[in-house]
Design a protein around this ligand. Structure first.
Ligand code: ZN
Length: 94
């Protein structure tokens, strides 16, 4: 019984691995960043329906982008403004 289970898990794990993961992630990232062409968009859309690891990767990458965007809009303006002001004050007038 346990050997059946381990065979099943092995089979499942094998299926859960993407044969072209590096290529997939590269294209995934392009799509998330909005730099993919329509062919690449279609590829990712079709691929992540069947490929769980890439599906997860896609969600993770998307979540990271959302987090970064939130951080930027919440934190950056004042700090950025201050550092720009400081730089302007520090640089000699021409
Ligand atoms: Zn994949």
């Amino acid at each position: 019984m346990s050997s059946f289970l381990s065979k099943f898990i092995k089979k499942f794990k094998k299926n859960a691995e993407c044969p072209e993961k590096e290529k997939c992630i590269e294209i995934l990232t392009l799509v998330i960043d909005g730099e993919a062409n329509s062919e690449q968009k279609v590829y990712v859309k079709n691929h992540i329906e069947d490929c769980m690891p890439c599906n997860e990767e896609y969600e993770v990458e998307k979540a990271i982008r959302v987090l970064l965007q939130e951080k930027c809009t919440h934190m950056a303006p004042n700090d950025l403004l201050e550092s720009i002001k400081t730089k302007i004050n520090q640089s000699p007038t021409i």
